[in-house]
Design a binder for this molecule. Structure first.
Ligand code: SF4
Length: 708
């Protein structure tokens, strides 16, 4: 019987931060199908299309199977010994000549926690620099900064199942939830069926916006006026929770003054949002028994992203919507393990567990176990590395499991910088657009081939399990870092298996992970940190009873102001430490030459730079090519029909793709994704960054289109 031959392996989805669990069906050493896990608290027997059909890449014949070293301009297969000897030799030489900070490493939000821990340990303990970062810099750096400075921790405050179980009001701002976090959208719709109200703020008419009780069509870049307008109404109508504010927060009086001018009339003038809709939304949110804010990159990816996030925290704090089930401020993480990569210290400022590198006591904790002296100066962020290369500060870059040539802003600038490197090492599963530029390519085992843990967006650490063998000579990422460390003379990274690495993390950061043995993770469908001891049940929501993890124990309310966009005051964005004021503006506004707003994002069928999902015939059939969303009024003005090839240009470059005439985007705005190498939006995006957290402004830039 054929069925008897099928083995089932329970694992965690390799795609979005929902962290759904499913069984991989294995036959003759190959994955042949997927079945959702009925017992998982998030997906409860459901999956989205990527969960069902996204596994083909594992057995794709284009997988890397041998290390490659560039000889006479061509990447040629070599043995592991030759490749690692070459990398170790070059790194030693560069470190000797230019110091440890001439090295930088981009870690991977799609790889397991243990691999991220190894990547940052290699950077710090072997190379001696804090120049390690990853793609959270591009998606949620403003969350980490904005929530940490207001509430004390940059993580999602509450849990996904609380949305369907307890929230009376769900306020989604800047999140295309149905396409980017489908199982969270499913929880939202279940809450709606129970009678919860849904408010959505988004410039695009997304599927979830279409289901909202109130849709606030906020123009790209104008979230601060919108949130301040809601705060203004909440304060004026006496919907604030005075006792909570008094007992658990500081800075409210300044906020009252700061939002005084953001009347519904003024906000309508700035954003076009009808006053009555703004007032209605503020009243619904302010009167809720339990209101939750869900957001993603529609508020984070701005040169004022930190301000947007902090303003969301303000709204939750003044209405007491935090520290209880069904409330909170919930950033939905894009990649499967972006939360985990941050938790593991793949950040230039933080050791594992968010312990700051510039605090001696923190370094001492790690120095004792790692047996080395650690660097104390915070390292370079992803978005600072290209210029550091061009300024000859960084000579060697190690890219692990990411594809920055397509995912980072202004691809041309990045390619130009990479040409100036003395050594580019790429560790990946395919010969990506970035790997093609490398001096050395190291073939890695992928998700279905390794054991370990991922941490989903609600802080749930859960198991990833090996189902099949890696192809050819591909190796586990942790093994590669371990061998490279040995070749560079450091033996403190030798482990027999991945569980030994996890147990070292638990010993080093017991306050968060101490109680999370593999055995407990196996028996509980994961556990949410903090989970300090073996008898701790994990923490579904943070800040119970208004106890915040800031140094004072109180939440800090910041006053957020918006510069209405005078081009002479580009990036006029500041934190006035004493007054706790943040001022946000937009770096590049449309003008005569580039009259449209380009905003970017994702679609349900594909994942990031398409490296994995574009290997799936079903997903490729559903989303075969880029479709640039163009409002019918703009299309008519420019003589563009549905399906026409158009040229999309910005000051950074141009690409060509087909137009999709649709009212999903407002007049004057176009939308593109970064899934397709042949028409990648990041050839066009701007390198302007948020001065607090260095996240790029992917969500607004000036562009023009023309029919080809
Ligand atoms: Fe995977 Fe996210 Fe889809 Fe769940 S919702 S199956 S985690 S891509």
């Amino acid at each position: 019987m054929k069925k008897d031959k099928i083995e089932k392996v329970l694992t965690t989805c390799p795609y979005c931060g929902c962290g759904c669990n499913f069984y991989l069906n294995i036959e003759n050493g190959k994955i042949v199908g997927v079945e959702p896990d009925n017992l998982h608290p998030v997906n409860k027997g459901e999956l989205c299309i990527k969960g069902y059909f996204g596994y083909d890449y594992v057995h794709d014949p284009r997988r890397l199977t041998s290390p490659l070293v560039k000889k006479d301009g061509t990447l040629v297969p070599v043995s592991w010994d030759e490749a690692l000897d070459y990398v170790a030799g070059r790194l030693k030489q560069i470190k000797q000549e230019s110091g440890p900070d001439a090295f930088a490493l981009f870690s991977s939000a799609r790889s397991i926690n243990e691999d991220n821990y190894m990547a940052q340990k290699f950077t710090r303990a072997v190379m001696g620099t804090n120049n390690v970062d990853h793609c959270a810099r591009l998606c949620h750096a403003s969350t980490v900064a904005g929530l940490a400075m207001t509430l004390g921790s940059g993580a999602m405050t509450n849990s996904i199942p609380e949305i369907s179980a307890y929230s009376d009001v769900i306020f989604i701002i800047g999140s295309n939830t149905s396409e980017c976090h489908p199982l969270i959208a499913s929880c939202v719709l279940k809450a709606k069926e129970r009678g919860a109200k849904l408010i959505v703020a988004d410039p695009r008419m997304t599927e979830i916006a279409n289901k909202a009780d109130i849709w606030l069509r906020v123009p790209s870049g104008y979230n601060i006026p919108l949130i301040n307008g809601m705060i203004n109404v909440v304060i004026k109508e006496g919907l604030v929770k005075t006792d909570f504010i008094k007992e658990h927060t500081v800075g409210f009086e300044e906020l009252v003054k700061a939002v005084e001018g953001y009347t519904p009339e003024y906000v309508e003038k700035l954003t076009g949002i009808p006053q009555k809709d703004l007032v209605k939304a503020a009243r619904i949110y302010g009167k809720a028994g339990a209101a939750v804010i869900l957001y993603t990159m529609g508020i984070t990816q701005f040169s004022h992203g930190t301000g947007n996030v902090a303003d969301c925290a303000n709204l939750a704090l003044i209405t007491g919507n935090i520290g209880r089930p069904g409330t909170g401020v919930d950033p939905l993480r894009g990649q499967n393990n972006v939360q985990g990569a941050c938790d593991m210290g793949a950040l230039p400022t933080d050791l594992p567990g968010y312990l700051k590198v510039n605090v001696e006591e923190n370094r001492a904790r790690f120095e004792k176990i790692w047996g080395v002296k650690l660097p104390s100066i915070p390292g370079l962020k992803v978005t600072e590395v290209p210029d550091a290369i061009l300024n000859h500060c960084v000579r060697a870059l190690y890219v692990f499991g990411e594809n920055p040539v397509m995912s980072d802003p202004d691809s041309d600038h990045l390619r130009h910088a990479f040409e100036h490197l003395d050594l580019l090492v790429v560790q990946d599963i395919f010969l990506t657009e970035t790997a093609r530029l490398a001096d050395v390519v190291l073939p890695a085992a992928c998700w279905g081939e390794k054991d370990g843990t991922f941490t989903n967006t609600e802080r749930r650490v859960q198991r990833v399990r090996k189902a099949v063998d890696p192809p050819g000579n591909a190796k586990f990422d942790w093994w590669i870092f371990s061998k490279l460390a040995e070749k560079m003379g450091y033996t403190g990274m030798s482990y027999n298996n991945v569980e030994e690495i996890w147990d070292e993390i638990r010993r080093l950061v017991p306050e968060k992970f101490g109680g999370m043995s593999y055995e407990r993770l196996d028996n509980n469908r994961g556990l949410q940190w903090p989970c300090p001891t073996e008898d701790h049940p994990g923490t579904p929501f943070l800040y119970k009873g208004g106890k915040f993890s800031t140094p004072t124990g109180k939440a800090q309310i910041y006053s957020i102001l918006f510069n209405t966009g005078n081009p002479d005051t580009k990036l006029d964005f500041e934190v006035k430490e004493n007054g706790k004021v943040i001022i946000g503006s937009i770096a590049e506004l449309p003008d005569e030459e580039y009259p449209l707003v380009l905003t970017t994002g994702r679609r349900v069928y594909h994942y990031h730079t398409g490296t994995m999902t574009r290997k799936s015939p079903i997903l490729n059939q559903m989303g075969p090519q880029e479709q640039v969303e163009v409002n019918p009024l703009d299309a008519a003005r420019l003589g563009i029909n549905d399906g026409d090839f158009i040229k999309i240009s910005t000051r950074r470059g141009y690409v060509a793709a087909r137009a999709w005439k649709t009212e999903r985007v407002p007049k004057g705005t176009i939308f593109m994704t970064f899934h397709y190498w042949e028409a990648c939006c990041n050839e066009l995006t701007n390198t302007a960054i948020d001065p607090i957290c260095c996240i790029p402004e992917f969500k607004v830039g000036a562009a023009k289109i023309e029919k080809i």
